[in-house]
Write a protein that binds this ligand. Structure first.
Ligand code: GLA
Length: 391
């Protein structure tokens, strides 16, 4: 290499620039020495004039989560890799207009009153039939046309010995999207000093109603918008999944994963067998994973549900929950028509979701764990996304 080129190269290296003299990443905070903080800032107004706020949480390692009051959603999650390089590992938008797009595929949001599908949008409680909005072919999906993902929640910030957090509250009125009862909810996100984003849900009602809340972040552990997630390795602690019909409504049967492309009992890449999953684009089925796993732990205690590892960055994320199921969805409907944060275009399989929840259509399936909440009871759920910078 000519001497002048080699001098430019050494200068780049000395300045900490990466190959190709690109802008270097900001220096990572030294481990465990950042002061925890939580701040709230304006995040614009919805089209109908409601003020939306962003809440930024930073833990003692410098891990940073940004949540927004629209949809009680996770908008950014900045996590270090094994070399202490930081990347934002969740898909989303830079502004409120993005979140309000009619085709926002539930990025980062709190999903409900009932996440996932209810067959034909109908169910009965104590002999009374209820009819919900149908917004997914013949079925009701993720709370209907204006689910909790499209509501502006109130926010209260707090700090504990081991983390910082925000509690979002919202009351869904009796009759909301067809559901019975006034449902009062609290969704608390805590960013802990062991790099976990913990979500605790609570809800109470004044009439019996189904409730099944979940969190709908699309993760990409290599960094949002950096490519597809097909090389990520996944483990899911589930021997079976709920078998479904063509419209993704459970048949009531459980299918064993062993020997099938759905088996993630041992670490396997998402892309390894994804082409074996049936697809039918003409009928709106793009292929890929989109199913509810029946978790092996059914104790109601918080237990390990899944682990995902990105070999390129070494980032690892564990998912823990006390719910009986987890929907594994590989961003099959992303098709390059959405431009997200930092002008990144989100194509098929650019993110994966692990949504801890009760099984789909539980309200119509007598053999599934019940999702009915009655007056005097309190619905609770915990979901933990824990980040580990391993190799
Ligand atoms: C869920 C569903 C998917 C899809 C996405 C949102 O995870 O299971 O079928 O509807 O939400 O696009």
């Amino acid at each position: 290499m000519p001497a002048f080129l080699s001098r430019i190269l050494s200068l780049c290296v000395a300045l900490g620039f990466v190959a190709g003299c690109q802008t270097p990443a900001p220096p990572p905070a030294p481990k465990g020495t950042t002061t925890m903080s939580s701040t709230r800032t304006p995040f614009g107004k919805t089209a109908d004039g409601q003020e939306v706020e962003a809440i930024t949480l930073i833990n003692s390692h410098g891990t940073r989560a940004k949540l927004i009051t629209y949809g009680a959603a996770l908008a950014e999650m900045h996590v270090a890799d094994a070399n202490r390089q930081i990347a934002d590992v969740v898909l989303g938008f830079d502004n409120i207009a993005g979140y309000e797009l009619p085709n926002n595929p539930y990025f980062g949001c709190t999903t409900g009153r009932v996440a996932n599908r209810i067959a034909k949008g109908k169910f009965s409680i104590d002999g009374t039939e209820y009819t919900l909005a149908t917004n997914n072919g013949p079925n009701h999906l993720h709370g209907g046309k204006v689910g909790f993902n499209r509501k502006v929640w109130a926010a209260t910030l707090f700090e504990t010995d081991n983390g910082v957090g925000v509690t979002f509250t919202h009351t869904s009125p009796d009759g909301d999207e067809g559901y019975p009862g006034n449902l009062s909810m609290e969704v608390t996100y805590t960013l802990t000093n062991d790099n976990a984003l913990r979500i605790d849900y609570k809800a109470t009602t004044d009439k019996a109603t189904p409730v099944n809340l979940t969190h709908h972040t699309y993760f990409n552990l290599a960094g949002q918008g950096s490519g597809d997630i097909l090389k990520h390795e996944v483990t899911i602690n589930a021997d079976s999944f709920t078998a479904v019909d063509d419209t993704l409504i459970p048949t009531g049967k459980f299918t064993k994963v062993l020997g099938t492309p759905y088996d993630f009992l041992r670490p396997a890449t998402i892309g390894g067998r994804i082409k074996q999953i049936p697809s039918d684009p003409a009928k709106g089925n793009p292929g890929g994973y989109d199913l509810n796993y029946v978790l092996n732990s059914q104790t109601g205690q918080v237990a390990h549900a899944a682990t995902v590892r990105d070999p390129s960055s070494g980032r690892v994320m564990e998912v823990w929950t006390d719910e009986p199921g987890i929907q594994f969805y590989t961003g099959n409907f992303l098709d390059g028509t959405l431009t997200g944060k930092s002008e990144k275009v989100y194509k098929k399989n650019f993110g994966f979701c692990l949504e801890t929840q009760h099984y789909p259509d539980s309200v119509n399936q007598p053999t599934f764990p019940s999702t009915i909440l009655k007056p005097g009871e309190t619905y609770t759920q915990t979901c933990i996304y824990k980040f580990v910078a391993g190799r």
